[in-house]
Write a protein that binds this ligand. Structure first.
Ligand code: NAD
Ligand code: DAU
Length: 332
């Protein structure tokens, strides 16, 4: 197989490229990535050059999408603006990439007659107080990010329904692990803890997320690609639910830091309280998460501790500006 992996230089996309090539020695991958602030060539280091190539481009560019898809058997679309806080500040790019970009890839896949797998999120279902979402739960997104992802999913469904497209959707809960940008909670807490910096906790910190180790998500994607049916949605939820404050305290303890670093700051606008994703349908294809939160968080903290060259440059560039704007006054 030859896969086109869009957004493959980001967090989950790059983990997926490594995972897939390790487990499919005869496959090839073309990565197409716009290299926004979230895309990093470092994430693709160590890949076999004869089986992996890179095209720097925007998924919204129809001509490049059409050309790049030639000779590929499948598109796996990770490309997106992915951070909720940035979507609250500036929603426009989210709608362009996550909705229009998805449409462009669907057209390219349809013209080439190939499978398209859309990587989506549990956030499209909104927040749930008790129980877990299933694939038939209604779509009820809360943020500009989740609304743009829901828009992408709706276009996928319309292509299935109208044109009989060979397209599927996987919706995952919160991923964590190596290569994740420090704008997201877990790497932000790990790096701040390692530096002895204050840890910004939104509101009371009692929001619940359903944590999934990134390599477990990668194995679910391969199972769905191989055994999933066109037109279907597959949920991939992590094995553990934790409040944000529990996550923060666990990391502080692992980093040998005091809880006095915890700084409660103004809450995120429209903050979803709890996500919980039932994955029975995906488990029915033979997938099961292998990594508990306890194991995954230890692997993650160790990875950040052991790879200062990965985050050193990041912390001083665009991210520093973003961080000052997002947290400067809040953290005093
Ligand atoms: P990320 O922000 O780390 O990476 C996104 C990648 O997409 C980057 O490499 C970026 O350069 C690229 N990109 C952005 N706009 C592009 C465009 N117009 N054209 C081409 N490339 C573009 O994101 P992530 O956390 O790895 O998430 C990947 C996918 O998984 C997204 O679709 C996201 O919605 C979904 N998802 C993420 C999580 C999570 O917890 N991180 C959970 C569920 C679903
Ligand atoms: O649920 C899947 C989603 O998970 C993905 O679709 C998104 O792409 C991904 O970014 C993630 O969204 P969240 O908003 O849940 O992740 P984030 O890491 O931004 O925040 C996790 C929780 O931690 C959330 O309740 C907000 C809180 N938080 C976050 C940051 C960055 C804080 O309390 N302080 C912070 O500084």
């Amino acid at each position: 197989m030859k896969l086109l992996v869009t957004g493959g230089a980001g967090f989950i996309g790059s983990n997926y490229v490594h995972h897939h090539l390790e487990n499919h020695p005869d496959d090839q991958i073309v990565v197409l990535d716009k290299m926004t602030y979230a895309g990093r060539l470092e994430n693709l280091e160590g890949l076999p050059e004869d089986r992996c190539s890179m095209v720097e481009a925007d998924i919204c560019d129809r001509e490049t999408a059409r050309q790049t898809v030639e000779g590929c058997d499948t598109i796996v679309n990770f490309a997106a603006e992915s951070h909720v806080d940035r979507s609250i500040e500036a929603p426009g790019e989210f709608i362009t990439t996550d909705v229009f970009g998805t449409y462009v890839l669907l057209e390219a896949a349809r013209d080439a007659g190939i499978r398209h797998l859309q990587i989506s999120t549990d956030e499209v279902y909104g927040s749930i107080e008790k129980g877990s979402f299933t694939e038939s739960s209604p779509i009820d997104p809360s943020s500009p990010y989740s609304a743009s992802k829901a828009g992408g999913d709706m276009i996928v469904s319309a292509f299935n329904h109208t044109y009989g497209a060979d397209s599927l959707i996987v919706r995952a809960s919160n991923n964590y692990g190596p290569n994740q940008h420090p704008e997201k909670l877990i790497p932000l807490v790990v790096l701040n803890a390692l530096h002895g910096d204050p840890i910004p906790v939104y509101g009371n910190g009692l929001q619940v997320r359903n944590w999934l180790f990134v390599r477990d998500f990668c194995s679910a994607i391969d199972v769905v690609l191989e055994k999933g049916e066109a037109g279907q949605v597959y949920n991939v939820g992590g094995p553990d639910e934790k409040t944000n404050i529990e996550v923060v305290k666990t990391i502080l303890e692992m980093a040998g830091q005091d809880e006095s670093l915890i700084t409660h700051v103004e809450d995120r606008l429209g903050h979803d309280l709890r996500y919980s994703l039932g994955s029975e349908k995906t488990k029915g294809l033979g997938w099961e998460a292998q990594v508990s939160f306890e194991e995954g968080i230890e692997r993650t903290v160790n990875w950040y501790r052991d790879n200062p060259e990965w985050w050193g440059a990041l912390r001083s560039g665009e991210y520093r500006e973003y961080y000052e704007k997002q947290y400067g006054t809040k953290l005093g």
